[in-house]
Design a protein around this ligand. Structure first.
Ligand SMILES: O=C(O)c1cc(C(=O)O)c2c(n1)C(=O)C(=O)c1cc(C(=O)O)[nH]c1-2
Ligand SMILES: [Ca+2]
Length: 688
């Protein structure tokens, strides 16, 4: 890459602290997940603006050859775009031509796909001093030579004694790579760890739930902090690990030398089964601040004590300096799944304010210290309860942004509720989905269906502009359905977002007026980036619908026919057309239903626990719509599920998890679903 040489001639993607600091005012590059350490996803570039954005068009695109969700925010430096896909397949592009310079496939063993709740996604990558740094679903952290894509060092960040995965981006903070992990919905012990970006040497590890007290200090967690946390738990929580996985946002303040770790739900998800309905369960659904050098605890703020709903405080953690009540405050802001927008002092962790971004009923308000006043009625028993928002979140991982010009935050919001009840027959199973929910029958099932129908009536989705000082929405643009993408904001006051209409759009940051919108055949869900090359401003985004929101849409039968994922690059006057969308494949003649109803019902339950993460609720859509299996594929069902013959396509054998009669029940369920929807195309499938 002849001209891909940074200032100082140190080679491509030569990012160091000095160049990182320059990003604050210089919009040429996009070198960090959230662009700068403040993670505002704001670029000062103004060449593309309200007067010309209607001329924006595609200048090149690349076929990414996957129907899985592409959630990554790409990076750009020195004429090269870096991108990462499901299974952590990573590539570099010549940004002038769109030609791939290298592709690195870390060969993630496909059986790890089953431990990813919401597809084997990768939300991003990092760079440091000529290296591109990725993590992998199976827990490796790999530094690649930015020029060649060849590994320079590799470390393993966890053992495989529990079903850990990684989907979040690694971040480099002044030479330290900080990584989190996932698995809170299955049962693991969440932690964050830091490594030296140049050598891969481990620097620190911070556990986010306490371990088995009988085992004493585990050598890596701070004893006094873990002792404090252990007091907030009951029972034998450590058996499933406790959860609190930092599966998305981890942020940093260089001046305070502080890393902010956003943590997820507990394992199991039900507070009753996790901790006997006792205690706050630190550090579940919290932001934990640690010293960047040592990993030592500084402070924490727990957004959801007594977590019971798969609320998650892993969403974007954005820093800004705000004038609040006449005083400049250094804050961090987060809109986690739980429906509130939080503003905290990033030095002390002091709670400044929180306000609802969507209907909420699990909390009734906040006390003086910022502890939520819990609504006891939202803690469900075996009788179903409608809780707002839902496990999908009023705002999930879709990147939030903040403009220092408009002083507004921008984020996709979602109004909905979900019916929760405890499964009376729950048995913890390692390496499986462990919610402790469901198992409804009889009257409980009837009540659940009625309550969920009520919740469906209030379903709304928006792009929301939020004033974090006044704590109120300034404008909201209604969008169809859940799962709208992350945002990117420019110095010309444009907000870019991918929508569930399968468009990429620009909004006026001050009014929400839509200024430009282009159909792109798949909803871009991750964050877009913008950069300057040869005096021209470009915008790049992955259009690859998928992830947790897509599962819900599939279950509701509202997923649109779409193209395989693409990296799209736009500029003013770009005039490249996408090829026409292929006609939707109809459900072919399925084998007849021969199983009895009980077997099909059992198959439905096993399907929900084991298959729907990739193949969609109700067997609709997903990476392969199983209603569309051919007769020949049906005949090979066992060889695929137990024999692993489709391993190369990402479908590893489930022989260690499923017995023959279970596979037969799942197969019976899929055949029943195919017969129900036979002759329809995916978008017209009836919801159940
Ligand atoms: O508790 C966890 O460890 C965990 C992990 C992940 C993940 O890694 O993708 C998600 C969630 N939880 C989750 O609750 C959730 O809603 C979710 C959505 C998505 C996605 O990629 O769309 N991932 C995850
Ligand atoms: Ca979760």
């Amino acid at each position: 890459v002849a001209d891909a040489v940074a200032e100082g001639g140190k080679g491509p993607a030569w990012l160091d602290s000095a160049r990182m600091a320059k990003q604050e005012t210089d919009g040429t590059d996009w070198v960090h997940d959230g662009r700068t350490y403040s993670a505002q996803r704001y670029s000062p570039l103004t060449q593309i603006n309200a007067s010309n954005v209607n001329q924006l068009g595609i200048t090149w695109y690349d076929e990414l050859d996957t129907y899985r969700g592409v959630e990554a925010t790409p990076l750009y430096a020195d004429g090269v775009i870096y991108n990462t896909l499901p299974w952590n397949i990573t590539m570099a592009y010549d940004a002038r031509t769109g030609k791939r310079l290298w592709t690195y496939d870390p060969q993630v063993p496909r059986e790890f796909g089953r431990y990813a709740c919401c597809e084997p996604d990768a939300r991003g990558l990092a760079m440091w001093k000529g290296k591109i740094i990725i993590n992998t679903l199976d827990g490796r952290l790999i530094a690649l030579d930015a020029a060649t894509g060849k590994p320079v060092w590799t470390v393993q960040t966890f053992e495989h004694d529990m079903p850990y995965t990684i989907t979040g981006a690694p971040r480099v903070f002044d030479g330290k790579v900080v990584v989190g992990n996932s698995g809170g919905d299955l049962g693991v012990r969440g932690f964050a760890a830091a490594y030296d970006a140049e050598t891969g040497k481990k620097l620190w590890k911070f556990y986010l739930t306490p371990g088995d007290p009988a085992k004493g200090p585990d050598g890596e967690a701070s004893d006094s902090v873990m002792a404090m946390a252990a007091k907030t738990w009951a029972g034998e929580w450590w058996k499933l690990g406790g959860g609190a996985n930092p599966w998305d946002s981890i942020s940093y303040d260089p001046k305070l030398n502080t890393v902010y770790i956003g943590t997820g739900n507990g394992s199991p998800l039900s507070w009753h089964y996790r901790s006997q309905s006792k205690g706050d369960n630190l550090f579940v659904c919290s932001i934990v601040a640690v010293d960047a050098t040592t990993g030592k605890y500084k402070w924490h703020y727990q957004m959801v004590p007594e977590e019971d709903w798969d609320f998650t405080c892993t969403s974007s953690i954005v820093s800004a300096d705000l004038k609040i009540k006449g005083r400049m405050r250094q804050v961090i802001m987060q809109a986690p799944k739980n429906g509130f927008y939080y503003v905290l002092d990033r030095k002390t962790g002091e709670f400044i304010s929180a306000e609802k971004i969507a209907p909420v009923n699990w909390a009734l308000g906040f006390d003086k210290k910022g502890r939520p006043i819990m609504n006891p009625a939202a803690h469900y028993g075996t009788d179903p309860v409608l809780v707002m928002p839902s496990a999908g979140g009023a705002h999930n991982w879709f990147p939030m942004g903040y403009s220092p010009r408009t002083k507004l935050a921008y984020l996709p919001t979602y109004e909905w509720g979900m019916v929760y009840a405890r499964d009376p027959n729950y048995q913890a199973k390692p390496f499986r989905s462990n919610s402790g929910w469901g198992g409804y029958t009889g009257d409980a099932l009837k009540k659940r269906i009625a309550l969920q129908a009520e919740a469906a009536k209030m379903e709304k989705a928006f792009l929301t502009a939020w004033d974090p000082v006044a704590q109120k929405a300034v404008w909201k643009v209604p969008l169809p359905r859940h799962g709208n993408g992350g945002v990117m904001i420019t110095g010309s006051d444009l907000v870019f977002e991918g929508t569930t209409k399968q468009t990429f759009a620009a909004f006026d940051a001050r009014t929400g007026k839509i200024l430009w919108e282009m159909p792109v055949q798949s909803a871009p869900v991750g964050g877009a980036i913008t950069y300057m090359l040869d005096g021209v401003q470009y915008i790049a985004v992955n259009a690859g619908w998928g992830g947790g929101a897509a599962q819900v849409e599939r279950g509701a039968g509202t997923e649109l026919p779409r193209a395989s994922a693409r990296l799209l690059v736009f500029k003013l006057g770009g005039n490249v057309q996408l090829p026409p969308l292929k006609a939707d494949e109809k459900i072919p003649d399925p084998p007849p239903v021969t199983a009895n109803e009980a077997t099909i019902a059992r198959g439905a339950q096993l399907y929900a626990q084991t298959c729907q993460g990739c193949h969609g609720q109700q067997a609709i859509g997903g990476v392969r719509d199983l209603r569309k299996l051919t007769r020949a594929e049906h005949a090979k069902f066992n060889d695929i599920v137990l024999g692993g013959i489709s391993k190369d396509k990402g479908m590893a054998s489930f022989a260690d998890l499923l017995k023959q009669d279970e596979v037969d029940a799942i197969h019976a369920y899929i055949i029943a679903r195919a017969n129900e929807d036979w002759g329809r195309s995916s978008e017209s499938a009836a919801p159940h």
